[in-house]
Design a protein around this ligand. Structure first.
Ligand code: PGA
Length: 241
């Protein structure tokens, strides 16, 4: 595990951007694992900026997102599909047909989980997975108690997660109760992981992830066993290490 300590959110986003750009330039058909939430927004802004300056192209890139809310269509502004188009895909030269998110509005969610795994496999696996961490240690939407051997599956969101994400909705009641998420084992299959953390609020979770016991009660702790993880965090997020 490699730890890169930076000053602030802006620097975290810039370092993350150069790691992703290097991967995109180095591979013939890169497969990126992407995340949503507040943490990667700065990274996506940087990537758009680099694209606009002609420093990178995404024409050969495929992407797979970690998760999606159950019950929200792509058109719903709270869906992660919408978030990805707004925050990244619409501003770069990626072919939308090469961008994958689980379909949380599928009529057959169990089949959707199986198909999502198959699509990742068919693409040759994920070269680098961008991750954030939830205050309760979730990665993707794998909440505490999720089996380490889980593959893409449906999960009941923890109340703390719904409360944390209510800021994106008009009210807590509107936050979906379930999500479809890559499993812990799906994430662990990524060839490389880029974990981004910013702010004092995340400090305790980061310390438990890196220095705590490896336990399904704190899903991110499994990353201690991954052979190629880079954590890019600002001083505040890494302050308890
Ligand atoms: P955040 O979410 O980036 O919005 O803090 C991270 C997560 O819950 O995984």
């Amino acid at each position: 595990m490699q730890l890169k300590t930076v000053e602030n959110y802006q620097d975290m986003s810039m370092v993350a951007c150069s790691i992703i750009m290097e991967k995109v330039k180095q591979l013939e058909s890169p497969v990126l694992g992407l995340a949503t939430g507040s943490t990667p927004e700065g990274l996506y802004k940087q990537l758009i900026e680099q694209y606009k300056q002609d420093n990178v192209s995404f024409q050969n890139v495929k992407t797979f997102n970690l998760d999606e809310y159950v019950g929200l269509t792509k058109q719903n502004k709270q869906s992660y599909d919408y978030y990805m188009r707004e925050n990244l895909f619409s501003h770069i030269d990626i072919d939308l047909a090469n961008t994958y998110l689980p379909n949380g509005a599928s009529a057959d969610l169990d089949q959707e989980c199986i198909d999502y795994e198959a699509r990742i496999k068919q693409a040759g696996g994920i070269d680098i997975q961008v991750l954030g961490i939830g205050l309760n240690g979730h990665i993707g939407f794998n909440e505490p108690g999720t089996n380490f051997s889980s593959r893409t599956h449906i999960i009941d969101l923890a109340e703390s997660t719904r409360t944390a994400n209510a800021r994106f909705f008009d009210s807590l009641e509107e936050v979906p109760e379930q999500a479809i998420t890559m499993g812990v084992d799906t994430i662990m299959d990524s060839k490389e992981i880029l974990l981004l953390v910013s702010g004092e609020k995340k400090a305790e979770a980061v310390s438990r992830m890196l220095e705590g016991e490896i336990s399904e009660e704190f899903p991110a702790s499994i990353l201690q066993k991954h052979p190629h993880v880079t954590v890019v965090g600002d001083k505040a997020a890494l302050s308890l290490l």
